[in-house]
Structure formats: structure tokens, C-alpha cells
Design a binder for this molecule. Structure first.
Ligand code: ATP
Ligand code: ZN
Length: 297
């Protein structure tokens, strides 16, 4: 029997899991999560889910075990450098997803007399990302020693096995708790949707395209707002310039008032209170900002 379902790998449990499920949900793909099940399927879209460790996602996708995957660019790039950038078998980044944002940074104990990057000369740096760190060292002509650890990197300086660390940071809370100071950013990361380089059957290609369009639509909608307001005709051009990321707003006549118009616009950026205050100062009134749920171009 021909299996015309696409397969996506997502992290089983961890920092990527919840948002990955939420993304699929926002694409109208419903999945009944079954406890302790590594394989789930959607009843309303031809998509199956493989729940795995995030480290396994890049190779599962590049080898074609899964057609898509959701993973951090930190893991993606680390595996790519490890395998030695083989362009033919590389996964394609379909979409940056904007969640799980973090940076891979070098941090040193607060007692370390750090001045600039040259202070790290001959230092031993503990990390779970040796290839990303090596790449950074080579690109910056530095001289450091890498100690690879798979976990609990932050305690390495206290154990005396490293002078500093190179680890993922988002808020900096873990560094603070371990008396460490962030000194250099090695790599900036966020979650991405990746696609396998393996050729899909024609039928699967159609499903994959549909899925990609939905993800794109969901991402576009995510950062967008719909704004409606009334504006004096005399201030129309000024007000339009104040709308963040708006393309071709709709301008409508107002019944019973020839001095004003209604403006409707899709804004591709967030609209903050400051923008609304500026719009009001420019003469706008009845300002309404609405969330955008879905979008298709
Ligand atoms: P697994 O068991 O799947 O291997 P893990 O322990 O490697 O899990 P998590 O800690 O859940 O992974 O992190 C998954 C991803 O979340 C990271 O690879 C990174 O892309 C992202 N992330 C965002 N912020 C942070 C952070 N502060 N620390 C670690 N990872 C972060
Ligand atoms: Zn992992």
C-alpha cells in the first residue's frame, strides 16, 4: 500500500515541545498526544509525528526517516559542522519560527579578569557544542582548548576542569546562579522548520507544499495585526507613515463626515501603545487593533 502521509520529527519533551505542538495546532493539524507514545498521527491532516530527542532530529530528516523536523539552529548547525557541510545532503531551512530563542555564549567565572576576547588565550572551555565553538575559534583566529561535556557544563569551572564554558543562554539566570559572566556570543539560535533533501513522491510533494503554506501563513499571522482607525483627511499621509509595516492601506469614506476617512491596514509588526499614542497625536481617533489569526497570500 502506498503511504501518502508526511512525517515530522519534533522534540519529545523539552524547550521545543510545547511550541512545536502549538505550531501544528495553529496550522489546523490536530494530534492526540498519547502518553509515552513515540509515534502519533493526525486524523484531519495526512501527517505523522515522531517524538524524539532534539539531537536526533537533523539526521532523521537528512536521511529521510522524516520529511520535516522542528529543531534549534544551534543543534542543526552543530550537526552540520560535525558531518562536514555536505551540501547535497543538507536539510533545507523552510521557515524561522521565532521561538526557543537563545544564544551560545562563552562565560567565565566572575573572578576571571576578563578584558577582551584575547583574555581567553590558552583557556580551557567546556561545551556541548565543540564544532560551533571550534568554528568560532577558527574564524576569530583564537587559541583555546575545547573540553567536550554532554551536560551540566555550567559546573565545569567550579570542578576545576575548565576555565570557562560555552553554553546556551536565554535569560542568563543559570549563569548568575553559577557565578558566571557572559563575555562573548558564539552563535544566535531559534527554532526552525527543516525539510529533508530526499526526493518526495508527487503526492507527498503536494501535501508537503500544503503543510509549508500553512506554517508560513501561521508565522505571518503571528507577527501581524489589523488596525482600523478614523483620520482627518488632512493628516492621511502622515498617519499612513506611522503604521508599522503596513502595505497599501484601505481608505474608506465615512458617512456623514466629509472631513474624515477610515483607514484599515494590515501591519506586519507589533503595534505598541507608543504607536497608538503617536497616531492619536496626529489626529487619529477610534483606533482599533485586532489580532490576525490566519493569513494566505
Ligand atoms: P533532549 O532530551 O531532547 O536532548 P535537551 O536537554 O538537549 O533535550 P532542551 O534543554 O529542551 O534540550 O533545549 C532544546 C533547545 O531549546 C535547545 O537546543 C535550544 O535550541 C533551545 N533553548 C532555548 N533556550 C535555551 C536555554 N536557555 N538553554 C538551553 N536550550 C535553550
Ligand atoms: Zn538535546
Amino acid at each position: 500500500m502506498i503511504n501518502n502521509r508526511i512525517r515530522i520529527a519534533i522534540q519529545k519533551s523539552g524547550r521545543l515541545s510545547e511550541e512545536s505542538f502549538r505550531l501544528l495546532q495553529s496550522c489546523g493539524i490536530y494530534i492526540k498526544p498519547r502518553k509515552e507514545q513515540l509515534f502519533c498521527h493526525s486524523d484531519n491532516f495526512p501527517l505523522d509525528l515522531l517524538l524524539v530527542r532534539d539531537d536526533d532530529i537533523p539526521s532523521m530528516v537528512s536521511e529521510g526517516t522524516c520529511d520535516f523536523g522542528i529543531v534549534g539552529t544551534n543543534v542543526l548547525q552543530e550537526k552540520l559542522l560535525q558531518r562536514g557541510n555536505d551540501a547535497k545532503n543538507n536539510n533545507e531551512i523552510i521557515q524561522y519560527l521565532g521561538f526557543a530563542s537563545c544564544r551560545l555564549s562563552i562565560a567565565v567565572p566572575k573572578s576571571f579578569a576578563y578584558q577582551d576576547i584575547t583574555s581567553l588565550k590558552k583557556c580551557r572551555i567546556a561545551t556541548s557544542y565543540p564544532h560551533l565553538l571550534l568554528d568560532f575559534i577558527q574564524k576569530n583566529n583564537l587559541d583555546m582548548e575545547i573540553t567536550t561535556l554532554t551536560g551540566s557544563v555550567e559546573i565545569a569551572p567550579r570542578l576545576g576542569i575548565a576555565d570557562g564554558i560555552c553554553d546556551l543562554v536565554s535569560t542568563g539566570g543559570t549563569l548568575e546562579a553559577n557565578n558566571l559572566r557572559e563575555v562573548e556570543t558564539v552563535f544566535k539560535s531559534q527554532a526552525v522548520l527543516i525539510k529533508s533533501p530526499k526526493q518526495l513522491s508527487e503526492e507527498k510533494q503536494k501535501i508537503a507544499k500544503l503543510f509549508q503554506n500553512r506554517v508560513e501563513g501561521s508565522e505571518l499571522a503571528n507577527g501581524s495585526k489589523y488596525i482600523m482607525l478614523h483620520a482627518p483627511k488632512s493628516a492621511l499621509s502622515l498617519i499612513v507613515t506611522l503604521l508599522p509595516g503596513a502595505e497599501r492601506p484601505t481608505v474608506l469614506e465615512l458617512q456623514g463626515d466629509t472631513t474624515k476617512v477610515a483607514i484599515h491596514a494590515l501591519c506586519r509588526e507589533s503595534i505598541f501603545w507608543e504607536t497608538m499614542e503617536k497616531l492619536k497625536m496626529a489626529g487619529a481617533s477610534s483606533i482599533l487593533v485586532l489580532p490576525v489569526e490566519k493569513m494566505m497570500n
